[in-house]
Design a protein around this ligand. Structure first.
Ligand SMILES: Nc1ncnc2c1ncn2[C@@H]1O[C@H](COP(=O)(O)OP(=O)(O)OP(=O)(O)O)[C@@H](O)[C@H]1O
Ligand SMILES: [Mg+2]
Length: 243
């Protein structure tokens, strides 16, 4: 099966509010699948159900064919689900390199010999930092710019050798220059693992996405290629307007 992620009929209520109304979405190997929609459409709620942070009221989540619907966040992470950019998980007082080593620890934690493990973790951390183009590896995360922290978060995720990236608004707060730098990095990441990308920056979405799903009021109203989504009458009426 080429679907890395298959979410089917995800439904989540908050009191009277139906935040996810039977949402189905899949992510295939090698692709960036973007989720767009107005504020409050249920994008973060969808990501939370896929990551395991929120339990759906109905529906299933499958990762590489395995039903993970009842798995914890930690178990899904071990199975290769890497989440970035929601609540930043960086240790601010630790250096960039130490942050990535912590990320890699989950994978190499089984190595018995401490020296061997430390060397392996350091090698993995440096490779990941090189990959994202962050040279300031000895700098405390607290001293990095907002854009550099985004790069670092990607490096932390990469060091876990993920099978799927979940990203909730990676461009938020970056400004034009930061977005311009992060876009090609995300573009190349799909070679490592496919990405489910929630993003408001439409330039980034239309530049990066292989497919786009549009959420409005908890419902997926359309899924398709960027050009199909641009041309979709329902989408234009509900969200993209004259965009
Ligand atoms: N824990 C919660 N309890 C109650 N309501 C919630 C909770 N989390 C989200 N909601 C509501 O569910 C709806 C969907 O929220 P969600 O955060 O998923 O939207 P979003 O598409 O990510 O929006 P944004 O673009 O602003 O990030 C909103 O009306 C929100 O207020
Ligand atoms: Mg959100």
């Amino acid at each position: 099966m080429s679907e890395v992620l298959a979410a089917d009929g995800l439904t989540k209520r908050f009191g009277a509010l139906l935040a996810s109304d039977g949402v189905s979405i899949d992510v295939r190997a090698g692709e960036i699948h973007a989720v767009i929609g107005p504020n409050g459409a249920g994008k973060s709620t969808l990501i939370a159900q896929i990551s395991g942070a929120l339990a759906p009221d109905a529906g299933t989540v499958r990762l590489n064919g395995a039903d993970v619907t009842r798995w914890s966040v930690a178990r899904r992470a071990k199975a290769g689900l890497a989440r970035t950019f929601q609540v930043s998980a960086l240790a601010l007082e630790a250096t960039a390199e130490e942050n990535v080593m912590l990320g890699a620890l989950g994978r190499d934690g089984g190595l018995r010999h401490r020296t061997a493990r430390n060397a392996a973790l350091r090698d993995a951390a440096r490779a990941a930092l090189d990959r994202v183009g962050l040279a300031a590896r000895g700098t405390p995360a607290s001293d990095l710019s907002h854009g550099q922290r985004r790069q670092l978060e990607v490096a932390v995720a990469l060091a876990q050798r993920p099978r799927l990236f979940l990203m909730d608004e990676p461009m938020a707060g970056l400004g034009a220059e930061g977005t311009r730098r992060l876009t090609p990095l995300l573009d190349g990441l799909r070679a490592e693992a496919p990405i489910l990308l929630v993003e408001h920056d439409m330039d980034a979405v239309f530049a990066l996405a292989d497919r786009i799903t549009v959420l409005v009021a908890g419902r997926a109203i359309a899924t398709g290629t960027p050009s199909a989504i641009r041309a979709d009458a329902d989408v234009r009426a509900a969200y993209l307007g004259d965009g």
